[in-house]
Design a protein around this ligand. Structure first.
Ligand code: SF4
Length: 421
């Protein structure tokens, strides 16, 4: 199967934005997330910017960049480890020592404590998490600093601190008769390190899309309610699965007093959902599922829990990227799968499992705008800089923030699923 990158270069009109056929360096100087699924999201003014990429990388052919990356990797040997997220283009993934979701990759980095540099082909919050968990002296490098995450950017520390103060004014701080505090903060892995640190300081915890259910149960044992950020959809889908009624999940809009709810609605709440979303997964619709079922009777529809609740309800299954991969791998009979997650991962699954028919629910080729910023030109640049003894694009989390973030991450690692009768 042709990689998403080549598909876009050959037929830019088939993608959500023809500008995707340009090199990402064309967008590095412009505010915003660049072309792709997040292009209409508003990037915060503080979002990291990438400096100019030298012309020798911008103008090199794909074959030349590939050869330069291979040569640099050979020179560096075990001094460097390259991590590739499932949503990266094939031209990057082929150079990765480890392929996985954000948390799998952060863990993978810990298995190579002797590597001097961890090159994280993913987005900014992932590099931050790797830095929090890295050994002293290891440099975590993000090949393009403009590779943020529009969803992670939808919650910032000032807005969350302000929301917390307002919630405390409504709930107070005293625990109930069972010792449960009024509210526990839960942040999705897809968030800045200072939000993970906030959770660490306030008795809260981090979750991933694989363990969100276990983490919410952990939080309900310790708190009467949960403040869940930044992804409203993962929070809603997970709490719904645990039996929380939708009317007890008010949305927190940081631009409105009390997030847009009344005091009574907040008193009745079980989960307060931050007003964030992923623009990749927001593209999936119930209509697309209906269309897939009409075209392929018997199709198995699997979507990611960052999709809106009606889409998750209409699908046959919902689960993390790891769940989706395992579900496809476990199918023993030739099966038709319609998958609701990022296009690079869906196309790779299709190539790895030719016995199945696997396609993306969204018929338009529209990659994650920010994952797409990691072009082989950037990977070649950061690796050749390492060969020359220079560390560029290092992502560093301040020590005090890292210490608190680690507390929230360690709570997540220690949380165990409930044993059900
Ligand atoms: S797919 Fe969505 S959540 Fe993941 S990096 Fe892209 S914008 Fe962020």
């Amino acid at each position: 199967m042709t990689s998403v990158n080549l598909l876009i270069q050959a037929a830019p009109a088939s993608s959500c934005d023809p500008a995707l056929a340009q090199g990402p360096w064309d967008f590095d100087t412009v505010p915003g997330y660049g072309p792709g699924s997040s292009e209409h999201d508003v990037a915060p003014p503080t979002a990291p910017r990438q400096g100019a990429l030298p012309a020798s990388y911008r103008e090199a052919s794909d074959d030349e960049l590939h050869a330069r990356i291979v040569a640099a990797r050979e020179t560096l040997g075990s001094r460097v480890v390259v991590l590739g997220h499932f949503y990266q283009r094939d031209e990057i993934v082929q150079h990765a020592d480890f392929l996985g979701d954000s948390f799998q990759l952060a863990n993978a980095a810990q298995t190579v404590p002797d590597a001097e540099a961890i090159v994280f082909c993913g987005v900014h919050f992932m590099a931050e998490t790797a830095d929090v968990l890295a050994k002293p002296g290891q440099a975590v490098i993000l090949p393009n600093l403009a590779a943020g995450c529009s969803m992670a950017d939808m919650a910032d520390i000032d807005s969350v601190e302000e929301a917390w103060a307002q919630l405390e004014s409504v709930y107070g701080t005293e625990p109930d008769a069972d010792g449960r505090v009024p509210v526990i903060p839960v942040t999705y892995m897809n968030s800045a390190a200072d939000l993970k640190a906030f959770c660490g300081r306030h008795g809260g915890i981090v979750c991933t899309s694989s363990n969100a259910e276990t983490v919410l149960e952990w939080a309900f044992e310790r708190g009467q309610r949960v403040l869940f950020f930044p992804d409203q959809h993962l929070g809603r889908n997970t709490a719904k699965k645990l039996g929380v009624p939708l009317e007890q999940m008010p949305m927190w809009n940081p631009r409105k007093p009390l997030g847009g709810s009344s005091e009574q609605e907040l008193q009745d709440a079980r989960v307060i959902l931050w007003h964030g979303f992923c623009s990749v997964h927001k593209r999936f619709t119930v209509d697309q599922i209906d269309q897939a079922r009409a075209t392929y009777p018997g199709v198995r529809v699997i979507v990611h829990p960052e999709c809106p609740a009606p889409v998750v309800d209409a699908a046959d299954e919902a689960g993390s990227t790891d769940y989706i991969r395992k579900a496809v791998a476990a199918a023993t009979e030739p099966t038709t799968f319609a998958v609701g997650t990022e296009i690079n991962m869906v196309n790779r699954l299709a190539a790895e499992h030719p016995q199945h028919t696997i396609f993306c629910l969204d018929p338009v080729v529209c990659p994650c705008s920010t994952m797409y910023r990691i072009h082989p030109g950037y990977l070649a640049w950061v690796l050749e800089e390492l060969v020359a003894g220079r560390v560029v694009n290092q992502v560093t989390v301040p020590a005090d923030v890292a210490a608190d973030a680690k507390v929230a991450l360690e709570r997540m690692l220690a949380a165990k699923p409930k044993v059900r009768a």
